[in-house]
Design a binder for this molecule. Structure first.
Ligand SMILES: [Zn+2]
Length: 202
């Protein structure tokens, strides 16, 4: 995992919440609205923390994406991903057959650990799915990510019925997430948006 940041976007008001240097564990405070990350209502999502690991993209919540392969072969019209990270990292692979193998077979942590050698997309700011290019800043890309999170919600009953309800009403943050869209396939803000959106579907 990367180092905690010096500041995060305040999940309450959208201003900057600064890291307080006196604490070993990352602690953030927003001077604008008083948000404090140590509040018991705040969950800092981390795969290394058993209290929040099950919300991490690295967690092995298997899910099925349907209807994405325009083919007459029914078995190819869906893809089963072992975790969200498998899907997200796989978007960096242009060749659709190699991507398919990657997304179906590489676990969250295995996929995450390949992120550093899958960095070519940053030059073109283009991600790929099933042979179709997606500009990182396009609405179509956001819709693709949204479709994947909806698939996680709809096809993984444990994630939907056990995990998400546990965190309903909590303020979610992810202090190791990146903020720059050109540097990551999913920013902290995009990640929070997707989870908060799914919470509202409960
Ligand atoms: Zn704030």
């Amino acid at each position: 995992m990367t180092e905690p940041k010096n500041s995060i976007i305040c999940p309450v008001c959208g201003k900057t919440a600064k890291r307080l240097p006196i604490h070993v564990n990352p602690l953030y405070r927003c001077d604008e609205c008083g948000f404090l990350s140590s509040d018991e209502n705040v969950v800092n999502i981390s795969y290394g923390d058993p209290r929040s690991a099950s919300l991490s993209n690295l967690y092995p919540h298997e899910f099925i994406l349907y209807g994405l392969y325009p083919t007459t072969n029914l078995s190819e019209k869906q893809i089963t991903c072992p975790s969200m990270e498998s899907f997200l990292q796989g978007l960096k692979i242009q060749d659709k057959d190699l991507q398919n193998i990657f997304m179906r077979n590489y676990s969250g942590m295995a996929a995450y650990k390949m992120s550093a050698i899958l960095n070519d997309w940053k030059d073109s700011q283009t991600l790929w799915f099933n042979g179709v290019p997606y500009n990182r800043y396009s609405d179509e890309y956001t819709e693709l990510i949204t479709k994947a999170y909806d698939a996680l919600f709809e096809t993984n009953v444990i994630f939907r019925e056990i995990v998400l309800p546990k965190f309903k009403g909590k303020i979610l943050i992810h202090t190791t997430g990146k903020d720059d869209r050109s540097d990551t396939v999913l920013t902290e803000e995009e990640f929070r948006y997707q989870l908060n959106r799914l919470m509202k579907r409960l």
